[in-house]
Each structure stands twice: as C-alpha cells, then as structure tokens.
Design a protein around this ligand. Sequence first.
Ligand SMILES: Nc1nc2c(ncn2[C@@H]2O[C@H](COP(=O)(O)OP(=O)(O)OP(=O)(O)O)[C@@H](O)[C@H]2O)c(=O)[nH]1
Ligand SMILES: [Mg+2]
Length: 368
Amino acid sequence: MSIDIGIIGLPKSGRTTIFNALTKGKADTGSYHREASAPHIGVARVPESRLDRLTDMLHPKKVTPTEVRYIDIGASVRDLAKDSGIGGELLNQLSKADTLINVVRAFTEDSVPHIEGSLDVGRDVETMNLELAFSDLVLQERRLEKIELSLKGAKATERQALFREQELLAKLKADLEEDIPLRGLKLTADEAKIIAHYQFLTAKPLLIVVNIGEEQLPQASSLEAELRGRYSRPKCNLIALCGELEMELAQLEDDAARELRAEYGIEESGLDRTIKLSYELLGFISFFTVVSDEIRAWSVKNGTSALKAAGKIHSDMERGFIRAEVISYEDLIKCGSLSEARKKGLLRLEGKNYPVQDGDIITFLFNV
Ligand SMILES: Nc1nc2c(ncn2[C@@H]2O[C@H](COP(=O)(O)OP(=O)(O)OP(=O)(O)O)[C@@H](O)[C@H]2O)c(=O)[nH]1
Ligand SMILES: [Mg+2]
C-alpha cells in the first residue's frame, strides 16, 4: 500500500523543485510549457527512524519501508475543473490523492517573477483554496443536475437515497459557497459514506508548504510559527522550507546532507517534516512486522483494529485471524531482541479488536 500526495500551487511557486526534493528526482524545473497531460510522479520511502533502529538491532536480510507517491500535476486546478478532456484525466489523478500539498511561494528570484508580480502568502493560500472549492462546486453541480434527471424516472425505493444525496450535496455546496472547506465539517458516518466516492478536493487534508528563499533561513522557525498561527485550520497545517536547498540536500549522501544542514542551522530535514506532518494530518500511524528475516513498516489510520491491520498485509490473514502477538517499540528496544522480550513476558497476546498503537511490532497468528 502506498500513500498518494498531490502537489498543487500557483505556477512558479516551486512545485517541481519540491517534488524533486521529496522524491530525490531530477525533473525539469522552470520549464514554461510542459505537456499538461504528463504529471511528474515519483515514489519515496517514508522516513522512519524506528525502522532504522530496529534494523540495527535485528539485522534482517530485507527491510521494507512504507512508500509515498508524489504527484506534481503542474497545472491549475481551476483550469482542470473546467476541462473534461485531458484536464479531467489529470483532475482524476489528483482526486485519488490521500492528501494535498499546496506550495506557496515566499522566495524572491528576479529571473523568475511571481505570476502576480508580488509576494503575498495569504493571497496565494486563499487563491488555491478557491481553486479547490471551485473544482468541488463544479462536481456538485453536475451531480445535482443528474439527480434531478434521475428523480424523474426513479422508483419510490430509489427516490429516498437520491433525496438524501441531494440534500447533503446542497448542504455541502452552501458551506463551500461560504468558504468552508469540506475537510473542516463534522459529517456523520452515513454522510461520509454517501460522499466518499466523490473524493472532493476540499475534503482532503492540506499541508501548506511555504517555499522560502535561502536568505530567509535564519528566520525560518519564527516565520513558520507566525504563518502557522494565521493559516492553520482543522486538517490544514503549514510548514516553511527552502525548496531549492532541500533539493540540493536530497542529492547528497546522508552525512554530507547532515553537515550542510548544520551549517544552515536546520535541525530536521524539511522533507522528513513534510511527510511527518502529512501523516499527522491523515491520522496515520506506523506498525512493524518481523517475518522470516524481513522487517516491514506499515501505515494505517489511527484506531485501526488488529483484524483490519492484518487485512492490510493479506486478506488471508484477516480471514483466518487468530491472535496478534504485540510488543511496543520502546519495550523491544529495551529488551534488545524478540526472544529476550518473550522471556521477560513482554509479548502481549491481543484479540481482533485491539486498536493498533503507533510503533507496535506485531506478529499475526492466523490459520487458513
Ligand atoms: N531563489 C530561489 N529560486 C527557487 C526556489 N525554489 C524554486 N526556485 C526557482 O523558481 C523557478 C520555478 O521553480 P519550479 O520548481 O519549476 O516551480 P513550479 O511551480 O514547478 O513551476 P512551473 O511548473 O513551471 O509553473 C525555478 O527556476 C526554480 O529554480 C527557492 O527556494 N529559491
Ligand atoms: Mg513545475
């Protein structure tokens, strides 16, 4: 399973630079006319220091981290929403993303002017929010028209469901028109189910990545704190980083990157923070499995039961689930090995309803 993150933002905000940094890629930046039909897609491992530590301790033959897939669509969401051809296809890809990153430009570069002619983080955040809302409104209106048509010929049994959907869509539309993104709404489980397949863009968690220039790095944390105070919302957070420097760092070996980061006074890689915050927004946690010389990291939503977690690995494991043998990451590190942990009685047996905890090391016992 991989997690999909869609990268959006205004032109020349540094989207492709940040995509390259995140994926250690080398996609062309600064290209003025790119084929709208060819988004950049790249895969990166989710940085997970606990996985590294477990690897050092258990010396497995194989280590499998979780993966994240980044998509830099390189086009305006508003334009895509109007287009039903190639644009529709691109929008479709964006709709499949689990979460979005909005790159907002704060760097100055005279050779590449900002498309609006000036820098204004607040204005650009708002512009993207409007583009996302616009796209959702187009979808809602199309669906509402279809419902009207279907209602004409619908049987009594179908009408109920159509009315419920109509009512809900009208409510969401009114909220959007009041500038309330769907991600901030408290929906009932029933409502969430009705709209899940629309994959509305404003329903997705959003991380605003403010792309600062190198000269702003000394003030990066205070700037970030200030902007976060202003623009963070439910399921919407903000981070400030220098895309260009992060791209350079991403091409270096770990040690060299650490040294350079220290020179700039950057404590933690901006990329690691980006993915961590995206995970937080999604409410994702990690658990680990150790099976025949392979250590593997898995991502699930916080609150996932042991049974469903087993199903992530293999449907047989869910079907034939017996028990889960669980130890917390901290306990395993203290013991130094699984056999030592077993001797000390620290391996717990948990049933199918056990809510998996972040950092759990789990062995599933199953029977097929
Ligand atoms: N000085 C400076 N320049 C940057 C920074 N980030 C990006 N740039 C430059 O800004 C230009 C645009 O960057 P891209 O990453 O291509 O931005 P984009 O949003 O993908 O742009 P388009 O897809 O072409 O609209 C490039 O020339 C980058 O080198 C930065 O942090 N500082
Ligand atoms: Mg680009």
